[in-house]
Design a protein. Structure first.
Length: 152
């Protein structure tokens, strides 16, 4: 008499290795993602017909009352101190310009290409207040600044 071989149930594949890989990828992406710092306060930018996006590594916030904010710092003196420190940190990574070459070019800057400062000023900020900030911004080592506007 011939008997059929019993049907063997295949061993179930373990999904634990796949779960491990998913968690490793999740941790990798979380560690490599850049998380934007929160804005110090809400700012409503003025309207503009320009469609060029403003891009700069550093952003200065100015609300309607003229209060300044940069990263975690608020208040004019603290903001400019933080801006200067951040600028120096950025310039350490850029090519160095000898002081005598910088003096010939008309400045004391030792940064080959000084960083651009992005200014997010509120729509309600008086123009005189913004204009009064510009010399102090330039003195802090930012000869170029971009003002963020919203598209109409």
């Amino acid at each position: 008499m011939m008997l059929d071989e019993p049907i063997r149930e295949s061993e179930r594949e373990s999904i634990i290795p796949m779960i491990n890989v998913v968690f490793l990828l999740l941790i990798f992406f979380l560690m490599t993602a850049q998380i934007a710092p929160p804005e110090p306060f809400d700012v409503t930018p003025p309207d503009s017909a320009s469609d060029e996006p403003a891009e700069a590594p550093l952003t200065l916030y100015v609300d309607a009352s003229g209060q300044l904010g940069f990263q975690d710092a608020t208040g004019e003196d603290d903001v400019f101190e933080a801006l200067t420190a951040e600028r120096e940190a950025l310039c350490k990574g850029s090519p160095y310009v000898r002081p005598e070459d910088a003096a010939e070019a008309g400045g004391e800057d030792h940064c080959a290409e000084p960083p651009v400062l992005m200014i997010r000023a509120d729509l309600g900020l008086p123009g005189e207040r913004l204009a009064a900030l510009l010399p102090r911004i330039a003195a802090a080592g930012f000869p170029r600044a971009q003002i963020v506007t919203a598209l109409e």
